[in-house]
Design a protein around this ligand. Structure first.
Ligand SMILES: Cc1cc2nc3c(=O)[nH]c(=O)nc-3n(C[C@H](O)[C@H](O)[C@H](O)COP(=O)(O)OP(=O)(O)OC[C@H]3O[C@@H](n4cnc5c(N)ncnc54)[C@H](O)[C@@H]3O)c2cc1C
Length: 808
């Protein structure tokens, strides 16, 4: 074994081997994989080997498509068979709600290049002869489904990596990982030590234990999972003989089952409701090539449905039941990327569909390590989407929920119950008493809307029980004044002698003068967005930044990576150590005037000013800015004062008809202003010009801000895309995001977010289209629930296009 390597990859499952292959393929060949046993000795060896392109997140779906396309390449390079059978498959719907969901999947497939086709239940039965068409209302055909040999694929990755110069050490267990004073990692194994610049944790079932070696508690948990294999079935033999093809894959969402042919019989797996975690606290190191005890009672309810939907199973015997553990993150997507605070330590774990996702995970991680960027939008699997709040108990609750809902529909207005009321703000109970309906964002409870007694969300693809009430909240803001808890924004404090100079390099905007704020895009080296913030200059006190709450860990990882080594700059994420309230609407100034002693007149306190002032008796930081696009203020206050400020405003607001509003009303308000939001309109695949944020980029400023050269090129070339707002001829449902945008009969773009702008009485969608068609007014359609709805570009905001309200 070598004593030094540029990279040590820990774990020889499908994921570790894919990472090793991709590093070598992209030019890093001084890379070494350490496996404590034989390759595949975690969850990989007993996988059912199914692969598919569908994923709830379109960017993950793209990487799944990449993975499936990769098998031929590694087979050729390694000479190792992967056993890929591209049979195709059917996704089955037993209810109309499921069919609506599947139509959305077909629509997404159009701009992802995934060939999906809606078919009838009868047509599905012609393709998959074992199903009873009377049990289904419709289906979708996917030509890119199939299965493979899990061990063959893993060995093919490893052999291909070796061909390219990588090395693999089996029976080498990593026992500890120690950071050296020079920043390198000392990887201590049962066979000696390796010094590495980078370490990748691809420990699969032991990812938690490997993480703990460097003081990291990763939000992953293994679950038991069962599938059965039947005796040979005459129906299968007859089909094979008649058509010369295998029986295709089937996913029966309502039965929570997946099926495929296995030799002369069938394989049927299920995500049962009565699921069971495995090794909740510590994975035993002596676990290897063994299976868990099957528990047929646990999967009996799903099998009952399966035997009804696929009657041939009633007449056949079960040859074997496989029960094995594999890991999940709380939302079921992988955990990939560099870990904040541990330079050179990377994770590629929590991969629950290694044979659909392993290739994409390996590619993204290799790109990230070699080029400093994953090369694709992988937010949905970035390890930074979780903060410290994702504790072991939270992870346990969410993973169990996610497993039991693996095939369930999640409606756009549906909030899931597990892991809730974890983080709350001091006014949680008061808002609840006013009817707040809560959602969770980055573990924090966020008021979505306020319901009258006895009314609650009815989950639907269409406008629902909240519609009229959100309309009232919107009216309260636009006609009088509204109040919203905005503690879920991320807040940062930047201090130190080098702060201004550092911010000038980190952010693409011109720095504001003391007492002033500005919109601050942040770019990566390739000139694309990595953040959008409001930056405030607090004079001698330092700098204050507000941004997207869900990206706090993501942005801190980026900020900290770029901090100067001399300690001249300090940045702190304030989380809910600083709470927020927003007041907005034409009477907001009058309301503020009577609760504070500061001069609130437009000349004394203009748009984008910020200052410290008391509200009631509580010291606050108040900025004149509002995401509602209205006259408004954001009030930042320490948690111990939030209740006082809330009560002061509520009492004083009575004479102005002050109403509460939640994040759904905020969405309706920002849409009619064409305001984008992080992780929707603003993502690391778009340039500032494409996203319409170029007006906030100070291309000419002296500071050589990160991404300046590339952004300047984008400005000259014009980029490729444009963000646009559309008004859609919607009927009883509005866009939510990821719907395809058609132009002249072809899919040319995609929606990033949408909703009903109650004040303007318009269904609004925001999305990207190629710049060549971005100024066309006619010819657009947006596909929703299987229908193409006429849409037209709305260039100027529907509300306050001349900024009279905002600045007046
Ligand atoms: C019953 C069942 C059916 C499944 N069906 C499918 C399917 O149809 N399709 C699909 O895509 N996925 C399926 N999966 C999931 C799939 O198995 C996983 O996604 C995949 O195996 C994850 O691979 P991995 O490399 O991340 O982890 P693992 O396979 O667990 O590999 C981790 C490796 O790291 C090694 N290791 C850990 N710690 C150390 C250390 N300290 N030192 C050295 N080596 C170490 C382990 O020995 C192990 O070999 C199934 C899983 C089960 C249990």
């Amino acid at each position: 074994m070598k004593s030094h390597a540029q990279v040590v990859v820990i774990g020889g499952g499908v994921v570790g081997c894919s990472v090793l292959f991709h590093l070598a393929k992209h030019g890093w060949t001084d890379v070494m994989l350490l496996e404590r046993d034989e390759l595949t000795s975690g969850s990989t060896w007993h996988a059912a080997g199914g692969m598919h392109t569908i994923n709830g997140d379109p960017n993950v779906a793209k990487l799944q498509k990449y993975t499936i396309g990769l098998y031929k390449e590694i087979e050729e390079l390694s000479g190792q068979a992967t056993g890929v059978h591209l049979t195709g498959g059917v996704l089955l719907a037993a209810t109309e709600a499921r069919m609506d969901w599947l139509r959305g999947v077909v629509a997404k497939g159009r701009y992802l290049g995934i060939d999906l086709e809606e078919i009838s239940a009868k047509e599905a039965a012609e393709l998959m002869p074992l199903l009873d068409p009377r049990e289904f209302v419709g289906a979708v055909r996917n030509k890119e489904d199939g299965h493979l040999d899990p061990s063959g694929v893993t060995h093919a990755y490893a052999k291909a990596a070796r061909v390219l110069g990588a090395s693999v050490e089996r029976f080498t267990k990593v026992e500890d990982i120690v950071r050296q004073p020079d920043g390198q990692w000392r990887v201590i194994t049962n066979k000696g030590e390796v010094i590495a610049e980078h370490v990748v944790n691809a420990g699969g079932l032991w990812a938690r234990e490997v993480g703990r070696m460097v003081g990291l508690e990763l939000p992953v948990l293994a679950m038991e999972h069962m599938y059965l294999i039947t005796e040979d079935m005459p129906e299968v033999a007859a089909w094979n003989a008649k058509t010369g093809t295998e029986i295709i894959h089937a996913v029966d969402f309502d039965g929570e089952l997946y099926l495929r042919q296995e030799r002369g019989g069938m394989l049927m797996g299920t995500y049962e409701k009565a699921n069971k975690p495995w090794s909740e606290f510590q994975t035993p190191w002596n676990f290897g090539h063994e299976l868990l005890e099957p528990d047929i009672d646990r999967i009996a309810p799903s099998l009952e449905v399966g035997f009804r939907h696929f009657p041939a199973f009633q007449k056949t015997g079960i040859k074997q039941i496989i029960n094995g553990p594999f890991t999940f993150a709380p939302d079921g997507n992988p955990l990939v990327g560099p870990v904040r605070g541990l330079p050179g330590f990377w994770v590629a774990c929590g991969v629950m569909a290694g044979f659909s996702q392993g290739g994409g995970v390996g590619l993204a991680l290799a790109n990230w390590m070699i080029h400093g960027d994953p090369g694709a939008d992988i937010w949905a699997m970035d390890v930074a989407r979780y903060g410290d709040w994702a504790s072991m108990a939270y992870t346990n609750a969410k993973v169990r929920e996610n497993y039991s809902r693996r095939f369930s529909i999640r409606f756009p207005n549906e909030e899931l119950p597990a892991g809730r009321k974890l983080r709350t703000t001091p006014i949680y109970d008061q808002l609840s008493a006013k009817g707040a309906q809560w959602g969770a964002s980055y573990g924090l409870e966020v008021p979505l809307w306020f319901a009258p007694e006895g009314v609650k969300d009815e989950f639907s693809w269409r406008r629902s029980s909240d519609f009229a009430h959100v309309a009232e909240e919107v009216r309260g803001v636009r006609e009088r004044v509204g109040l919203c808890d905005i503690s879920n924004f991320a807040k940062y404090s930047v201090t130190g002698a080098g702060a201004a100079q550092w911010l000038d390099r980190m952010l693409a905007c011109k720095l504001p003068k003391p007492g002033r704020m500005t919109i601050a895009p942040m770019l990566k080296d390739d000139g694309r967005l990595i953040g959008d913030f409001t930056l405030a200059n607090l004079g001698d006190e330092g700098w204050f930044i507000a941004g997207s709450g869900i990206a706090e860990q993501y942005h801190m990882r980026w900020f900290e990576k770029h901090l100067p080594a001399d300690g001249s700059v300090a940045i702190t994420a304030l989380g809910v150590k600083l709470c927020g309230l927003s007041i907005a609407g034409p009477l907001a100034r009058q309301l503020l005037a009577i609760v504070t002693r500061t001069d609130t007149s437009n000349t004394a306190f203009p748009f984008m000013d910020i200052r410290r002032t008391d509200i009631g008796m509580a010291p606050c930081l108040v900025g004149r800015v509002s995401y509602t696009g209205d006259l408004g203020y954001e009030i930042w206050v320490a948690p111990e004062y939030q209740r006082h400020v809330f009560e002061t405003l509520m009492k004083a607001g009575e004479e102005f008809g002050l109403g509460l509003f939640g994040s759904r009303a905020l969405n309706a308000l920002r849409l009619e202003k064409n305001y984008g939001s992080w992780a929707r309109e603003y993502r690391p695949i778009y340039g500032p010009l494409e996203a319409g944020l170029d007006r906030f980029v100070a291309y000419a400023k002296d500071a050589d801000f990160i991404g300046k050269a590339a952004a300047t090129v984008e400005r000259k070339s014009g980029g490729k895309l444009r963000l646009r707002a559309f008004i859609v001829e919607a009927d009883d449902a509005d866009m939510i995001g990821d719907e395809p945008i058609w132009f002249d009969g072809a899919v040319r773009g995609w929606v990033t977010s949408g909703g009903y702008a109650h004040n303007s009485r318009a269904s609004v969608a925001m999305g990207y289209v190629p710049k060549e068609i971005a100024d066309e007014s006619d010819g657009f359609e947006i596909e929703l629930l299987g229908k193409r709805l006429a849409a037209r570009i709305q260039p100027a905001p529907l509300f306050d296009a001349n900024f009279e309200r905002l600045r007046g």
